[in-house]
Design a protein around this ligand. Structure first.
Ligand code: KG4
Ligand code: ZN
Length: 338
């Protein structure tokens, strides 16, 4: 057996991240989150790429240092090729190419969405890895997908959103309530003390395994506007119940499609991935699925849910084993299918 040290680099959105993995185990996992976007209420692409440019060298230095190795120990470099913001992807892509070229080691291009799923294969005490095939619900600020995973790089999107992503639904609802960006974690926090049945919101009618969240956002907006007209303190007085009701509706939408996906594929192993899989309500609903429907569920460790480079490194590890290297003409790609 060989000693494989993979450096993972992630720069697809607003987190600059680097991680070092040794034979599938994490040695270091560093994330620099860009706070600059908070005051704009969302990610500003131009500012994101500038911040990546500033952060990338210190973050990679730190990851190598915390791993207790030197850069000469590295076996290969894995980077996020896409999907994501072009200006952000270019920073990580260019850096990874230059470093691999300079050191004369292999380069591995990684699909960010596949990496979110492959985070389940990082070896961690107390976390089991799913057997193939399994179904993964990938839910983040940019994506909402149901994926049939047959092997490390054999994945098929069997359902996806027609408009907003789940994370956007959380963040835009939070914005309507006057909560700071990104509001998803705050909705989750307030929801835990609220009544999920307090305010019923309509669920979209979308066929197959697909999703739609833009209608929900609009109905929340109209509902809140109407209530605030009658009572200017409506949000303040009902924040916990409103958040619980929004979260309950979103989870119901997701769980209904997951049940449908299980029925359609016959696969009862269910994983969740992406930033929104940090949501406590979704985690509980999935656990309930084990008892109610006999599912076997896989919930990632919290730090591997939101954007990170550990997931890029583990995807790189398996690509390295397949000797599926990128060549030096590779470019970043804002939109990629599996
Ligand atoms: O995967 P991620 O870090 O970045 C993307 O690739 O988009 O996901 C970020 C998204 C944001 O929309 C954020 O509000 C949401 O994940 N999020 C949550 C929670 N934690 C993060 N949404 C609901 N509940 C949470 N606890
Ligand atoms: Zn992501």
């Amino acid at each position: 057996s060989q000693n494989i040290y993979i450096l993972g680099i992630e720069s697809s959105c607003d987190d600059t991240a680097a991680a070092v993995l040794y034979n599938g185990k994490i040695l270091s996992n560093v994330v620099a989150t860009q706070e600059i976007h908070e005051k704009y209420g969302g990610v500003v692409p131009e500012l994101a790429s500038r911040a990546h440019q500033q952060n990338i060298v210190p973050v990679i230095h730190e990851a190598i240092k915390r791993a207790g190795i030197t850069k000469n120990d590295l076996t290969a470099i894995a980077f996020t090729r896409g999907p994501g913001l072009m200006g952000s992807l270019l920073v990580g892509t260019s850096f990874a190419k230059s470093m691999a070229l300079g050191m004369g080691i292999p380069l591995l291009d990684i699909n960010h969405m596949q990496a979110h799923i492959l985070a389940h294969f990082i070896e961690e005490d107390g976390f089991k890895t799913p057997e193939f095939p399994f179904i993964c619900l990938t839910i983040s600020g940019g994506h909402t997908q149901i994926v049939k995973v047959s092997d490390y790089f054999m994945m098929e999107v069997i359902g996806e959103t027609m408009d907003d992503a789940v994370g956007e639904a959380f963040d835009k609802s939070a914005k309507i309530l006057g909560l700071p960006y990104p509001g998803g974690p705050l909705v989750d926090k307030y929801a835990q003390a609220g009544n999920p049945e307090a305010f019923p919101f309509p669920k979209p009618k979308v066929g197959d395994l697909n999703f739609s969240f833009s209608g929900l956002k609009t109905s929340i907006l109209y509902f809140i506007q109407k209530q605030v007209k009658d009572n200017p303190d409506f949000i303040k007085e009902n924040l916990e119940d409103i958040c619980a009701s929004i979260q309950h509706t979103i989870i119901k939408i997701l769980m209904d499609k997951l049940k449908k996906a299980v029925k359609q594929t016959g696969i009862k192993r269910i994983a969740i991935a992406g930033g929104v899989s940090a949501n406590s309500g979704i985690r509980n609903a999935l656990k309930e699925g084990e008892k109610k429907y006999g599912w076997e569920t896989f919930i990632p460790k919290f730090e591997y849910t939101t954007d990170n480079a550990a997931m890029i490194a583990i995807a790189g590890h398996y690509k390295f084993l397949e000797k599926d290297f990128a060549d030096m003409t590779i470019t970043a790609k804002a939109r990629i299918k599996f």
